[in-house]
Design a protein around this ligand. Sequence first.
Ligand code: 5GP
Ligand code: MG
Length: 184
Amino acid sequence: MDIIRIKDKQFAVSIPETDILRQVERIAGEINRDLADRNPLFLSVLNGAFMFTADLMKYVTIPCEVSFVKLASYQGVASTGIIKEVLGINEELSGRTVVIVEDIVDTGFTMQRLLESIGTRNPREIRIASLLVKPDKLKVPLRIDYAAMYIPNDFIVGYGLDYDGYGRNYRDIYTLCAAQEQNP
Ligand code: 5GP
Ligand code: MG
């Protein structure tokens, strides 16, 4: 399935599952090496990171915990810039190595908000693992410790990422076909 249609838009495969998994395995290897003695807590950001988190955790072989948080900042294909409250961090973060697991860092505002929120809970350190990074759109300085892939500024779906709630179930990553791009 090279072209898919979701609601009013067409998307074409841009990153096949095999390429995704190779990069996910690579960053898991870096995490295994860097955090072997840190007992990290992985905090997966729902909904978009669910598939990435599942695959990443299969390659992580060190002692660790996994939990989930939920934020909301996106509507349709353009970031609203408004980020709703962080929900559901119930774990004790004090003294812990926390690894935020995100689907994609775009402007970076969501990540910045999350870093601020987690930072108030006195963790030993916070690291960022992101499946995708759009480096040209970053608007805040962020150190992304583990980036599986860097991509251009196009809108993508699949492998957990949605367009208006749909498309999260596809195993490959798809890019919005040209001529349909919307400038926010
Ligand atoms: P930021 O706050 O970095 O601008 O946006 C982060 C969030 O926007 C991501 O966690 C993701 O949910 C959403 N997002 C950013 N770019 C894309 C994209 O190309 N496709 C989809 N489906 N969501 C995106
Ligand atoms: Mg996200």
